[in-house]
Design a protein around this ligand. Structure first.
Ligand code: DCM
Length: 131
């Protein structure tokens, strides 16, 4: 059986990266992540990401290229990450998060990222610096 996929977005705007602080479950609460969620049957990764960012943040977003690689979350579940352009709307923590923060590249280490998100955050910041 193939792995289930959690999709997440390195949402960028104005040269900054969006970080979202989880409000649940207890073991992840207070840690920061790239927003996203589980892909549902029949969805592409990009479709799932657009849906999740709409539900969680209330924004319209466009997935750009995928950051190469995938990161195990638990047996049978992997994380995939895309660079994402904010198309419209101002992100608000509608679901799953209690705080959002826009981080300039030099601020990227100022929040306590989930361990599994760190490689993608590093790569996203590298791309932001180059842009
Ligand atoms: N998850 C993660 N990194 C992200 C997004 C989600 O590690 N950037 C994990 C946390 C949960 C699972 O994926 O274990 C499902 O996420 P959610 O609860 O947001 O649907």
């Amino acid at each position: 059986m193939s792995d289930s996929v959690v999709v997440a977005g390195a949402v960028c705007d104005g040269g900054r990266l969006l970080a979202a602080r989880r409000s649940a479950p207890p073991e992840l609460k207070g840690r920061w992540e790239l927003p996203g969620g589980k892909r549902e049957p029949g969805e592409s990764g990009e479709q799932a990401l657009v849906r999740e960012l709409r539900e969680e943040l209330g924004v319209e977003a466009e997935p750009l290229e995928r950051i190469p690689g995938e990161w195990p979350l638990k047996p049978g579940l992997v994380l995939r990450v895309w660079m994402v352009r904010l198309v419209s709307g101002e992100p608000s923590p509608l679901e799953d998060h209690d705080e959002l923060r826009w981080l300039a590249p030099e601020e990227a280490d100022s929040v306590d990222w989930l361990d599994q998100d760190r490689p993608a955050v590093t790569e996203a910041v590298r791309r932001l610096r180059e842009a």
